[in-house]
Design a protein around this ligand. Structure first.
Ligand code: NAD
Ligand code: GLY
Length: 370
Protein backbone atom coordinates (compact mmCIF):
# COMPACT_ATOMS: atom_id res chain seq x y z
CA UNK A 1 0.00 0.00 0.00
CA UNK A 2 1.35 3.42 -0.86
CA UNK A 3 2.11 6.06 1.73
CA UNK A 4 -0.06 9.18 1.53
CA UNK A 5 1.22 12.52 2.74
CA UNK A 6 -0.83 15.61 3.52
CA UNK A 7 0.49 18.98 4.63
CA UNK A 8 -0.89 21.22 7.35
CA UNK A 9 0.14 24.59 5.95
CA UNK A 10 0.60 26.76 9.01
CA UNK A 11 2.92 29.74 8.63
CA UNK A 12 5.06 29.16 11.74
CA UNK A 13 4.68 25.47 12.40
CA UNK A 14 3.68 23.54 9.30
CA UNK A 15 3.87 19.75 9.42
CA UNK A 16 3.00 16.60 7.53
CA UNK A 17 0.39 13.94 8.16
CA UNK A 18 1.66 10.57 6.95
CA UNK A 19 -0.94 7.87 6.32
CA UNK A 20 -0.17 4.26 5.43
CA UNK A 21 0.65 0.77 6.49
CA UNK A 22 3.71 -0.53 8.38
CA UNK A 23 4.81 2.94 9.48
CA UNK A 24 5.53 2.36 13.16
CA UNK A 25 8.86 0.59 12.92
CA UNK A 26 10.23 3.28 10.61
CA UNK A 27 8.55 6.25 12.25
CA UNK A 28 11.88 8.03 12.69
CA UNK A 29 11.85 8.76 8.93
CA UNK A 30 9.16 11.39 9.43
CA UNK A 31 10.66 13.05 12.48
CA UNK A 32 12.90 16.01 11.65
CA UNK A 33 16.51 14.94 12.14
CA UNK A 34 17.55 17.62 14.62
CA UNK A 35 14.73 16.53 16.93
CA UNK A 36 15.25 12.79 16.88
CA UNK A 37 18.82 13.17 18.18
CA UNK A 38 17.63 14.30 21.64
CA UNK A 39 16.00 12.29 24.44
CA UNK A 40 12.84 10.52 23.31
CA UNK A 41 9.81 9.95 25.54
CA UNK A 42 6.97 7.67 24.40
CA UNK A 43 3.65 8.19 26.16
CA UNK A 44 1.08 5.46 25.64
CA UNK A 45 -1.74 3.60 27.37
CA UNK A 46 -2.02 -0.07 28.27
CA UNK A 47 -3.94 -1.05 25.11
CA UNK A 48 -2.01 0.87 22.46
CA UNK A 49 1.20 0.11 24.35
CA UNK A 50 0.58 -3.63 24.55
CA UNK A 51 0.11 -3.90 20.81
CA UNK A 52 2.42 -1.25 19.41
CA UNK A 53 5.08 0.08 21.80
CA UNK A 54 7.57 -2.62 20.79
CA UNK A 55 7.29 -1.80 17.07
CA UNK A 56 7.73 1.88 17.79
CA UNK A 57 10.73 1.15 19.98
CA UNK A 58 12.38 -0.47 16.97
CA UNK A 59 12.42 3.04 15.50
CA UNK A 60 13.50 4.71 18.74
CA UNK A 61 15.48 2.10 20.72
CA UNK A 62 16.72 4.62 23.30
CA UNK A 63 13.25 5.93 24.20
CA UNK A 64 11.84 6.00 27.69
CA UNK A 65 8.21 4.76 27.88
CA UNK A 66 5.36 5.70 30.21
CA UNK A 67 2.30 3.44 29.98
CA UNK A 68 -0.88 4.80 31.56
CA UNK A 69 -4.10 2.92 32.24
CA UNK A 70 -6.64 3.43 29.48
CA UNK A 71 -9.53 5.86 29.65
CA UNK A 72 -10.66 9.46 29.68
CA UNK A 73 -9.74 9.74 33.38
CA UNK A 74 -6.14 10.25 32.23
CA UNK A 75 -7.17 13.66 30.92
CA UNK A 76 -7.10 15.15 34.41
CA UNK A 77 -4.85 17.31 36.58
CA UNK A 78 -3.49 14.10 38.14
CA UNK A 79 -2.83 12.53 34.74
CA UNK A 80 -1.06 15.67 33.57
CA UNK A 81 1.06 15.84 36.73
CA UNK A 82 2.14 12.25 36.25
CA UNK A 83 3.30 12.90 32.68
CA UNK A 84 5.08 16.16 33.60
CA UNK A 85 6.88 14.43 36.50
CA UNK A 86 7.97 11.60 34.21
CA UNK A 87 9.40 14.10 31.71
CA UNK A 88 11.19 16.16 34.34
CA UNK A 89 12.48 13.12 36.26
CA UNK A 90 13.76 11.82 32.93
CA UNK A 91 15.68 15.10 32.45
CA UNK A 92 13.79 16.26 29.41
CA UNK A 93 15.33 19.33 27.82
CA UNK A 94 14.20 21.58 25.00
CA UNK A 95 15.67 19.19 22.40
CA UNK A 96 13.69 16.26 23.76
CA UNK A 97 10.80 14.76 21.84
CA UNK A 98 7.54 13.41 23.23
CA UNK A 99 5.72 10.82 21.12
CA UNK A 100 2.04 10.25 21.88
CA UNK A 101 1.17 6.67 20.87
CA UNK A 102 -2.52 6.01 21.38
CA UNK A 103 -6.00 7.40 20.94
CA UNK A 104 -7.32 10.89 21.49
CA UNK A 105 -6.84 10.65 25.24
CA UNK A 106 -3.10 10.05 25.01
CA UNK A 107 -2.80 12.58 22.17
CA UNK A 108 -4.63 15.36 24.04
CA UNK A 109 -2.79 14.69 27.30
CA UNK A 110 0.63 14.20 25.71
CA UNK A 111 0.20 17.31 23.58
CA UNK A 112 -0.65 19.43 26.61
CA UNK A 113 2.28 18.05 28.60
CA UNK A 114 4.58 18.82 25.66
CA UNK A 115 3.21 22.37 25.49
CA UNK A 116 3.81 22.97 29.19
CA UNK A 117 7.05 21.26 30.09
CA UNK A 118 9.98 23.68 29.86
CA UNK A 119 7.50 26.01 28.13
CA UNK A 120 7.28 23.66 25.18
CA UNK A 121 9.09 20.69 23.67
CA UNK A 122 8.35 19.12 20.25
CA UNK A 123 5.92 16.23 20.02
CA UNK A 124 4.72 13.74 17.44
CA UNK A 125 1.24 12.24 17.26
CA UNK A 126 1.02 8.54 16.45
CA UNK A 127 -2.74 7.99 16.56
CA UNK A 128 -3.93 4.39 16.99
CA UNK A 129 -7.72 4.83 17.03
CA UNK A 130 -9.89 5.74 14.09
CA UNK A 131 -11.10 8.82 15.93
CA UNK A 132 -7.57 10.00 16.60
CA UNK A 133 -6.42 9.32 13.03
CA UNK A 134 -9.22 11.34 11.45
CA UNK A 135 -9.57 14.12 13.99
CA UNK A 136 -7.82 14.57 17.31
CA UNK A 137 -4.20 14.02 16.22
CA UNK A 138 -4.39 16.84 13.65
CA UNK A 139 -4.72 20.50 14.51
CA UNK A 140 -2.96 21.00 17.82
CA UNK A 141 -5.89 21.12 20.23
CA UNK A 142 -4.57 19.67 23.48
CA UNK A 143 -6.46 19.53 26.76
CA UNK A 144 -7.51 17.88 29.99
CA UNK A 145 -11.01 17.79 31.50
CA UNK A 146 -11.93 19.42 34.81
CA UNK A 147 -14.91 19.02 37.12
CA UNK A 148 -16.53 21.91 35.27
CA UNK A 149 -16.44 20.19 31.88
CA UNK A 150 -14.52 18.67 29.03
CA UNK A 151 -11.30 20.03 27.54
CA UNK A 152 -11.50 23.21 29.62
CA UNK A 153 -7.77 23.44 30.38
CA UNK A 154 -5.55 23.18 27.35
CA UNK A 155 -3.48 24.84 24.67
CA UNK A 156 -3.25 25.13 20.93
CA UNK A 157 0.08 23.42 20.36
CA UNK A 158 0.91 21.80 17.04
CA UNK A 159 2.81 18.51 16.68
CA UNK A 160 5.87 18.31 14.41
CA UNK A 161 4.39 15.31 12.58
CA UNK A 162 1.36 13.04 12.60
CA UNK A 163 2.00 9.41 11.66
CA UNK A 164 -1.20 7.42 11.11
CA UNK A 165 -0.40 3.73 10.71
CA UNK A 166 -3.62 2.13 9.48
CA UNK A 167 -2.45 -1.33 10.61
CA UNK A 168 -3.01 -0.27 14.22
CA UNK A 169 -6.76 -0.12 13.61
CA UNK A 170 -7.02 -3.88 13.18
CA UNK A 171 -6.81 -4.41 16.95
CA UNK A 172 -9.28 -1.66 17.76
CA UNK A 173 -12.54 -2.95 19.28
CA UNK A 174 -15.52 -2.71 16.96
CA UNK A 175 -17.30 -0.26 19.26
CA UNK A 176 -14.32 2.13 19.18
CA UNK A 177 -14.18 1.92 15.38
CA UNK A 178 -17.84 2.91 15.11
CA UNK A 179 -17.30 5.78 17.53
CA UNK A 180 -14.43 7.04 15.34
CA UNK A 181 -16.64 6.75 12.29
CA UNK A 182 -18.89 9.47 13.77
CA UNK A 183 -16.08 12.00 13.38
CA UNK A 184 -15.55 10.89 9.75
CA UNK A 185 -19.17 11.40 8.78
CA UNK A 186 -19.07 14.76 10.57
CA UNK A 187 -16.83 16.13 7.77
CA UNK A 188 -19.40 14.98 5.23
CA UNK A 189 -22.24 16.62 7.17
CA UNK A 190 -20.50 19.97 7.55
CA UNK A 191 -18.74 20.39 4.19
CA UNK A 192 -18.76 17.50 1.73
CA UNK A 193 -21.98 16.04 0.39
CA UNK A 194 -20.10 13.96 -2.18
CA UNK A 195 -18.12 12.37 0.64
CA UNK A 196 -21.44 11.54 2.32
CA UNK A 197 -22.57 9.69 -0.83
CA UNK A 198 -19.23 7.86 -0.86
CA UNK A 199 -19.68 6.90 2.81
CA UNK A 200 -23.17 5.61 2.11
CA UNK A 201 -21.56 3.24 -0.40
CA UNK A 202 -18.36 2.45 1.45
CA UNK A 203 -18.98 2.99 5.17
CA UNK A 204 -19.22 -0.75 5.83
CA UNK A 205 -15.85 -1.32 4.20
CA UNK A 206 -14.30 1.43 6.31
CA UNK A 207 -15.54 -0.26 9.48
CA UNK A 208 -14.19 -3.59 8.28
CA UNK A 209 -10.77 -1.99 7.72
CA UNK A 210 -10.76 -2.65 3.99
CA UNK A 211 -7.37 -1.07 3.13
CA UNK A 212 -8.49 1.01 0.14
CA UNK A 213 -11.68 2.29 1.80
CA UNK A 214 -9.93 3.02 5.07
CA UNK A 215 -7.14 4.92 3.35
CA UNK A 216 -9.67 6.98 1.41
CA UNK A 217 -11.75 7.78 4.50
CA UNK A 218 -8.77 8.75 6.67
CA UNK A 219 -7.17 10.77 3.87
CA UNK A 220 -10.36 12.67 3.01
CA UNK A 221 -11.03 13.42 6.68
CA UNK A 222 -7.47 14.59 7.32
CA UNK A 223 -7.51 16.72 4.16
CA UNK A 224 -10.62 18.52 5.44
CA UNK A 225 -9.13 18.95 8.87
CA UNK A 226 -5.77 20.18 7.51
CA UNK A 227 -7.49 22.76 5.31
CA UNK A 228 -9.66 24.05 8.14
CA UNK A 229 -6.80 24.21 10.64
CA UNK A 230 -4.54 26.04 8.17
CA UNK A 231 -7.26 28.65 7.61
CA UNK A 232 -8.37 29.08 11.24
CA UNK A 233 -5.82 27.54 13.57
CA UNK A 234 -7.12 29.04 16.80
CA UNK A 235 -10.84 29.03 16.08
CA UNK A 236 -10.89 32.79 15.68
CA UNK A 237 -13.41 32.92 12.91
CA UNK A 238 -16.32 30.60 12.39
CA UNK A 239 -14.51 28.04 10.23
CA UNK A 240 -12.83 25.74 12.77
CA UNK A 241 -15.87 26.05 15.00
CA UNK A 242 -17.78 24.02 12.40
CA UNK A 243 -15.79 20.97 13.51
CA UNK A 244 -17.74 21.18 16.74
CA UNK A 245 -20.95 20.14 14.99
CA UNK A 246 -22.91 18.07 17.51
CA UNK A 247 -20.28 18.57 20.19
CA UNK A 248 -22.10 21.00 22.52
CA UNK A 249 -24.84 18.42 22.99
CA UNK A 250 -22.39 15.52 22.96
CA UNK A 251 -20.00 16.97 25.53
CA UNK A 252 -22.90 17.55 27.92
CA UNK A 253 -23.98 13.90 27.67
CA UNK A 254 -20.41 12.71 28.25
CA UNK A 255 -20.06 14.95 31.27
CA UNK A 256 -23.28 13.68 32.83
CA UNK A 257 -21.87 10.16 32.66
CA UNK A 258 -18.54 11.21 34.17
CA UNK A 259 -16.56 10.11 31.08
CA UNK A 260 -16.61 6.61 32.50
CA UNK A 261 -16.87 4.67 29.23
CA UNK A 262 -20.63 4.16 29.19
CA UNK A 263 -20.79 6.64 26.31
CA UNK A 264 -17.69 7.03 24.15
CA UNK A 265 -16.81 10.46 22.77
CA UNK A 266 -17.70 9.51 19.18
CA UNK A 267 -20.95 7.91 20.35
CA UNK A 268 -21.88 11.13 22.15
CA UNK A 269 -20.99 13.11 19.03
CA UNK A 270 -23.28 10.92 16.89
CA UNK A 271 -26.22 11.60 19.22
CA UNK A 272 -25.21 15.26 19.42
CA UNK A 273 -25.15 15.54 15.62
CA UNK A 274 -28.69 14.17 15.39
CA UNK A 275 -29.81 16.70 18.01
CA UNK A 276 -28.08 19.40 15.96
CA UNK A 277 -29.88 18.16 12.83
CA UNK A 278 -33.18 18.33 14.71
CA UNK A 279 -32.37 21.88 15.81
CA UNK A 280 -31.46 22.83 12.24
CA UNK A 281 -34.74 21.44 10.90
CA UNK A 282 -36.76 23.26 13.59
CA UNK A 283 -35.03 26.51 12.65
CA UNK A 284 -36.04 25.95 9.04
CA UNK A 285 -32.41 25.68 7.92
CA UNK A 286 -32.18 22.02 6.95
CA UNK A 287 -34.57 19.89 4.88
CA UNK A 288 -36.20 17.10 6.90
CA UNK A 289 -35.19 14.68 4.13
CA UNK A 290 -31.50 15.36 4.89
CA UNK A 291 -32.03 14.81 8.61
CA UNK A 292 -33.56 11.49 7.68
CA UNK A 293 -30.65 10.51 5.44
CA UNK A 294 -28.22 11.32 8.25
CA UNK A 295 -30.26 9.37 10.77
CA UNK A 296 -30.51 6.30 8.58
CA UNK A 297 -26.81 6.33 7.82
CA UNK A 298 -25.71 6.63 11.44
CA UNK A 299 -28.12 3.85 12.42
CA UNK A 300 -26.87 1.62 9.64
CA UNK A 301 -23.32 2.17 10.87
CA UNK A 302 -24.41 0.90 14.29
CA UNK A 303 -24.34 4.22 16.11
CA UNK A 304 -26.86 5.38 18.67
CA UNK A 305 -28.81 8.38 17.46
CA UNK A 306 -30.90 9.54 20.41
CA UNK A 307 -30.51 10.09 24.13
CA UNK A 308 -33.04 7.45 25.09
CA UNK A 309 -30.90 4.73 23.51
CA UNK A 310 -28.36 5.24 26.32
CA UNK A 311 -29.79 3.42 29.36
CA UNK A 312 -27.53 5.33 31.74
CA UNK A 313 -29.14 8.59 30.65
CA UNK A 314 -32.70 7.34 31.20
CA UNK A 315 -33.18 9.21 34.47
CA UNK A 316 -31.41 12.32 33.39
CA UNK A 317 -33.66 15.38 33.24
CA UNK A 318 -33.58 17.93 30.47
CA UNK A 319 -32.46 20.69 32.84
CA UNK A 320 -29.36 18.70 33.79
CA UNK A 321 -28.41 18.39 30.14
CA UNK A 322 -28.98 22.12 29.59
CA UNK A 323 -26.92 22.92 32.69
CA UNK A 324 -24.06 20.71 31.50
CA UNK A 325 -24.15 22.51 28.15
CA UNK A 326 -23.66 25.87 29.84
CA UNK A 327 -20.12 24.92 30.78
CA UNK A 328 -19.12 23.88 27.31
CA UNK A 329 -16.52 26.26 26.02
CA UNK A 330 -18.28 26.50 22.68
CA UNK A 331 -21.30 27.96 24.45
CA UNK A 332 -21.12 31.68 23.89
CA UNK A 333 -23.55 33.73 25.99
CA UNK A 334 -25.37 30.78 27.51
CA UNK A 335 -26.21 28.08 25.01
CA UNK A 336 -27.37 30.44 22.32
CA UNK A 337 -24.71 29.72 19.65
CA UNK A 338 -24.76 26.39 17.83
CA UNK A 339 -23.33 24.81 14.72
CA UNK A 340 -26.26 24.05 12.47
CA UNK A 341 -26.44 22.00 9.29
CA UNK A 342 -28.01 23.77 6.32
CA UNK A 343 -28.44 20.53 4.34
CA UNK A 344 -25.85 17.76 4.22
CA UNK A 345 -22.53 19.26 3.13
CA UNK A 346 -23.10 22.74 4.54
CA UNK A 347 -22.88 24.09 8.07
CA UNK A 348 -22.67 27.44 9.79
CA UNK A 349 -22.60 29.00 13.22
CA UNK A 350 -26.05 30.24 14.21
CA UNK A 351 -26.39 32.69 17.07
CA UNK A 352 -29.24 33.80 19.31
CA UNK A 353 -31.02 30.49 19.50
CA UNK A 354 -33.61 30.58 22.28
CA UNK A 355 -33.23 28.28 25.27
CA UNK A 356 -36.78 27.11 24.63
CA UNK A 357 -36.02 25.60 21.23
CA UNK A 358 -32.91 23.90 22.64
CA UNK A 359 -35.02 22.49 25.46
CA UNK A 360 -37.57 21.17 22.95
CA UNK A 361 -34.81 19.52 20.92
CA UNK A 362 -33.44 17.76 24.00
CA UNK A 363 -36.88 16.67 25.10
CA UNK A 364 -37.65 15.19 21.72
CA UNK A 365 -34.21 13.53 21.70
CA UNK A 366 -35.30 11.68 24.81
CA UNK A 367 -37.88 9.89 22.73
CA UNK A 368 -36.32 7.83 19.92
CA UNK A 369 -36.03 10.04 16.85
CA UNK A 370 -38.20 8.66 14.06
P1 NAD B 1 -9.16 6.72 23.67
O1 NAD B 1 -7.88 7.41 23.52
O2 NAD B 1 -9.69 6.55 25.04
O3 NAD B 1 -9.05 5.31 22.95
C1 NAD B 1 -10.15 4.46 22.96
C2 NAD B 1 -9.81 3.08 23.53
O4 NAD B 1 -9.07 2.35 22.57
C3 NAD B 1 -8.95 3.10 24.77
O5 NAD B 1 -9.36 2.07 25.63
C4 NAD B 1 -7.56 2.79 24.24
O6 NAD B 1 -6.75 2.19 25.22
C5 NAD B 1 -7.88 1.84 23.14
N1 NAD B 1 -6.92 1.75 22.05
C6 NAD B 1 -6.24 2.75 21.46
N2 NAD B 1 -5.63 2.32 20.37
C7 NAD B 1 -5.90 1.00 20.26
C8 NAD B 1 -5.59 0.01 19.31
N3 NAD B 1 -4.92 0.30 18.20
N4 NAD B 1 -6.02 -1.26 19.52
C9 NAD B 1 -6.79 -1.55 20.61
N5 NAD B 1 -7.16 -0.64 21.51
C10 NAD B 1 -6.72 0.63 21.34
O7 NAD B 1 -10.33 7.46 22.85
P2 NAD B 1 -10.43 8.11 21.41
O8 NAD B 1 -11.78 7.82 20.94
O9 NAD B 1 -9.27 7.78 20.55
O10 NAD B 1 -10.31 9.68 21.73
C11 NAD B 1 -11.28 10.32 22.50
C12 NAD B 1 -10.65 11.57 23.08
O11 NAD B 1 -10.23 12.43 22.02
C13 NAD B 1 -11.61 12.37 23.93
O12 NAD B 1 -10.95 12.77 25.10
C14 NAD B 1 -11.92 13.58 23.07
O13 NAD B 1 -12.22 14.72 23.84
C15 NAD B 1 -10.64 13.74 22.32
N6 NAD B 1 -10.75 14.49 21.06
C16 NAD B 1 -9.88 15.50 20.82
C17 NAD B 1 -9.92 16.19 19.64
C18 NAD B 1 -8.89 17.24 19.37
O14 NAD B 1 -9.02 17.97 18.38
N7 NAD B 1 -7.84 17.33 20.15
C19 NAD B 1 -10.88 15.87 18.67
C20 NAD B 1 -11.77 14.82 18.94
C21 NAD B 1 -11.70 14.14 20.14
N1 GLY C 1 -12.10 18.49 16.94
C1 GLY C 1 -12.36 19.90 16.83
C2 GLY C 1 -11.19 20.67 16.39
O1 GLY C 1 -10.11 20.14 16.22
O2 GLY C 1 -11.28 21.84 16.22
Amino acid sequence: MSIEKLHVALADHAYDIVIGSGLLSKAQEWVPEKIRRGRIFILTDENAGRHYAASLQAAFPQASILTLPHGEQNKSYQGLERVLDWLLDGRADRRSLLIALGGGVIGDLGGLAAALVLRGIPYVQIPTTLLAQVDSSVGGKTAIDTRQGKNLVGAFYQPVAVIADLDTLTTLPDRERRAGYAEIVKYAFIRDRQFFSWLQENGDKVLKCDPAALTQAVKTSCAHKAEIVAADEKEQNDLRALLNFGHTFGHALEKLLDYDGRLLHGEAVAIGMMLAFDLSVRLGLCPESDRHLALNHLRRMGLKTSIDQVPALADCVTDNILQAMLNDKKAEGGVSAFIVCCGIGQARVYKDISAEVVRTVIQSGRKAAA
